[in-house]
Design a protein around this ligand. Structure first.
Ligand SMILES: C[S@@+](CC[C@H](N)C(=O)[O-])C[C@H]1O[C@@H](n2cnc3c(N)ncnc32)[C@H](O)[C@@H]1O
Length: 232
C-alpha cells in the first residue's frame, strides 16, 4: 500500500482568489489518504478548491469522480492542478455547480464545506444543506464524508444526520489553534460563545477540534401513501 505521505505529496498552484488548503483540508486529506473511503466508488466532490482532495480521491482508486466549484475561474485552477498531478488522460469530470444542484447519483459525496466564511446568515448553511439534501445525489446506502469544526456544533450535526437517515461514524479527530481570520470576524466570535464545546483554551490560546464524519444512508423507503410527487 502506498504511504500516506506519498499520496499527499502534490504540486499545487493557486492564484490569489483560490482557496488555499487550511488545517481542515489537510485533516480531511489525511483521513482519505489513510483509509479506503473512496476506493471503487463513484464520487461527487463539492467545492474542489485547488483539487487537493480531488487528486487524492483519484490516487485512492475512486471508480469515477465529478468535482465541482462555484465558478469557472475556480474550476480552471482545480483542473490545472489535477492534470499536472494525475496526467491529462485521467478520467474525471469538472463541473461548475452551486453546491448540490448538479445531476447524477453517486456512491459517495465528499466535501470540506464552507463554514466560518460561508457568507450565509446561517453560517452552517452548507453543512445543513449536505445533511438535508445529499440523499438526492446519493444512491441507496450511499455515504457522505465531510470535515467540520467544533465551532460549527458537533452535537447539532450528529442529531441532524441521525434525523435525516444517516448512521454516523467519526473517522478521525484532531485539534489546532484558531486561524487569524476567526478573530477578525467579531460576529463569528460572538456566535461561537453559544455553541457547546466550540473551542478549548489551552494556556490562554483558542483551539478548535476537527472531526471527519462518515454518514451512511440507512435503508429506507417512504410509506406508500406518502405525498411525494417527485419521489426524491
Ligand atoms: C473550505 S473550501 C474547501 C476547498 C478544498 N476542498 C479544500 O478542502 O481545501 C470550500 C470550497 O467550496 C467552494 N464553494 C463555495 N460555495 C460553493 C457553492 N455554492 N457551490 C460549490 N462550491 C462552493 C469554495 O469556492 C471553496 O473552494
Amino acid at each position: 500500500m502506498e504511504s500516506a505521505d506519498r499520496l499527499l505529496s502534490m504540486d499545487l498552484r493557486a492564484g490569489d482568489d483560490d482557496w488555499s488548503p487550511t488545517p481542515h483540508g489537510h485533516w480531511l486529506a489525511q483521513m482519505i489518504a489513510e483509509s479506503d473511503l473512496v476506493r471503487g466508488r463513484d464520487v461527487l466532490e463539492l467545492g474542489a478548491g485547488v483539487a487537493n482532495h480531488t487528486i487524492l480521491i483519484h490516487r485512492k482508486g475512486a471508480a469515477s469522480i465529478v468535482a465541482t466549484e462555484i465558478t469557472e475561474e475556480l474550476l480552471v485552477t482545480a483542473q490545472a492542478n489535477f492534470e499536472r498531478n494525475c496526467g491529462e488522460d485521467a478520467e474525471i469530470e469538472f463541473r461548475v455547480a452551486d453546491w448540490l444542484s448538479t445531476p447524477g447519483r453517486f456512491d459517495t459525496v465528499v466535501s470540506n464545506p464552507p463554514f466560518c466564511q460561508s457568507g450565509k446568515q446561517n453560517r452552517r448553511y452548507f453543512i445543513d444543506s449536505l445533511i438535508l439534501d445529499a440523499h438526492k445525489r446519493l444512491r441507496p446506502l450511499g455515504e457522505l464524508i465531510f470535515i467540520q469544526s467544533s465551532m460549527a456544533d458537533f452535537g447539532e450535526t450528529e442529531r441532524l444526520m441521525d434525523r435525516n437517515g444517516f448512521d454516523v461514524e467519526v473517522v478521525g479527530t484532531t485539534s489546532g489553534p484558531f486561524r487569524d481570520y476567526y478573530f477578525e470576524d467579531q460576529r463569528f466570535m460572538e456566535e461561537i460563545e453559544g455553541v457547546e464545546g466550540a473551542y478549548e483554551l489551552r494556556d490562554g490560546f483558542y483551539h478548535e477540534h476537527l472531526r471527519v464524519y462518515r454518514g451512511r444512508l440507512r435503508e429506507w423507503a417512504p410509506h406508500t401513501n406518502a405525498h411525494l410527487p417527485g419521489r426524491t
